[in-house]
Ligand binder design. Structure first.
Ligand code: FAD
Ligand code: UDP
Length: 399
């Protein structure tokens, strides 16, 4: 195996602690090195440490735990999300039961308005949205007929354009989806897989919640607190501000769990996998409230940001001031979103084949699996990865 694929590299650079061969009692040895302290890394660290009594070292190159879900109290004492709004929602009892060991919850149903035609209207599009835009009442039947009359026939629904125009027609597509998507991804919806725009439905009801999952709650004391509770175990060591690439050869471990970008792990051998980035502009205003709902979307292409989020709606915090985040999509910067389109999937598959052929390294999470996962999906993936690791362990002991 080439250097970067030897997961169980065990060279030691600190002679004072002796080499692996020296086997001194003080030599820090780990069963697992976990790269990334986000959901994927933290869930696996907790399970392996608490469930299987493994010794785990978690490293993250950022100066904090919790990955993209990191939140903190800013200088004014307002709880904000450093990497943009993270709203927890799931239909999985298993995920809820698991995370509930580490946090209490605060009920929160996310609502979004979109600025369209100089009005703020509910998004996802619902009966209220249509009434406001077209200046008349709509029943569910009216809306169904109205949308069906505008929907375009698409033989095979492949792209994000297909999925929207085949349901609601071109006018609403242009108002709500095309500009937003072009900004968010730097691509036209016709160049993106249908799964992207399909995340946002259209409703012939007055339900104005962004999500319809059975469980919609925020961690009562924030995400970071929940991660602290997960990682607070005598078998877990955490090193933040530590890049895996600088650590290689400095620690001993049997297995590696990698949750960073998969192409970076393999030194971009087949070329770069595109990840979309964002610039977050955080601001605090000396007023109690700024907008009516948690997030307002700005689909017009002329507006450089995609959305503004006001955290007090999410956190329920009472405060004389209010904190907001504007999201500006970027081509360069931290990798936040895999870009779902066929050629990228193709390239990912080549990396995935390399990953499959790399012993003792497990790739988990949104960046390592190049999947547009929500938080709950990453937790579910990490829990099932843990089960697989347990089974492999059991099979090895039996052999
Ligand atoms: P991450 O959280 O990205 O963690 C990976 C970690 O690995 C990072 O902290 C990184 O620093 C570290 N790392 C990478 N390379 C190295 C290296 N070489 N050495 C050391 N450390 C390294 N999901 C929802 O369910 N609801 C939402 O509302 C929601 N909103 C979102 C909004 C935005 C703007 C974004 C970007 C994502 C949102 N998500 C949301 C998705 C959510 O962030 C992810 O599903 C989840 O955080 C993924 O967890 P992860 O552990 O796979 O990756
Ligand atoms: N989208 C859109 N207009 C909107 C909201 C979403 O066109 O007002 C499209 C856009 O392509 C976006 C995708 O739907 O990237 C998924 O939206 P979601 O709100 O789930 O994005 P995320 O919160 O993951 O950034």
């Amino acid at each position: 195996a080439s250097k970067e694929t030897t997961g169980a590299a065990v060279t030691r650079l600190d002679p004072s602690k002796g080499s692996r061969a020296g086997k001194t009692a003080s030599t820090p040895r780990y069963d697992y090195l976990i790269v990334g302290a986000g959901f994927a890394g933290a869930v696996l660290a907790e399970r392996l440490a608490a469930g299987s009594n493994k010794r785990v070292l978690v490293v993250d190159k950022r100066p904090h735990i919790a990955g993209n879900a990191y939140d903190h109290y800013n200088e004014d004492g307002l709880l904000v999300h450093k990497y943009g709004p993270h709203i927890f929602h799931t239909n999985s009892d298993k995920v809820v039961d698991y995370l509930s060991r580490f946090t209490q919850w605060r009920p929160y149903e996310h609502r979004v308005l979109a600025q369209v035609d100089d009005q703020l209207v509910p998004m996802p599009i619902n009966l209220t949205t249509l009434s406001r835009l077209y200046g008349r009442e709509f029943t569910a039947d009216d809306a169904q007929a109205f949308l069906a009359a505008r929907a375009e026939k698409v033989d095979t629904i492949k792209t994000s354009e297909d999925v929207v125009v085949s349901q609601i027609g071109r006018e609403l597509y242009e108002k709500f989806f095309q500009g937003y998507t072009r900004k968010q991804w730097g691509l036209d919806p016709s160049e993106l897989d249908k799964s992207v725009a399909a995340r946002v439905p259209t409703r012939t009801s007055i339900d104005d919640r962004y999500f319809t999952d059975s469980f919609q709650n925020m961690p009562l004391h924030g995400y970071t607190k929940m991660f602290e509770n997960m990682l607070n175990h005598p078998n877990i060591s955490v090193m933040t501000g530590t890049d895996f690439q600088d650590l290689e050869g400095e620690v001993q471990y049997d297995k590696l769990i990698y949750t960073g970008p998969i192409d970076e792990f393999f030194k971009h051998r087949f070329g770069k996998l595109p990840y979309r980035s964002l610039r977050f502009e955080h601001t605090t205003l000396p007023v109690e409230n700024f907008q009516q709902v948690g997030t307002v979307n700005y689909p017009a292409e002329a507006t450089p940001y995609t959305r503004i989020t006001e955290y007090k709606h999410l956190t329920g915090q009472q405060h004389a001031k209010t904190s907001l985040t504007y999201e500006y999509p970027m081509a360069e910067g931290d990798p936040y979103y895999p870009v779902p389109r066929p050629e990228n999937q193709e390239l990912y598959r080549r990396y995935q084949a390399l990953a499959d052929a790399t012993p003792n390294v497990v790739f988990v999470g949104r960046l390592a699996c190049y999947r547009y996962y929500n938080m709950d999906q990453v937790v579910a993936q990490a829990l099932s990865t843990y089960q697989q690791l347990q089974q492999e362990d059991a099979a090895r002991s039996a052999a």
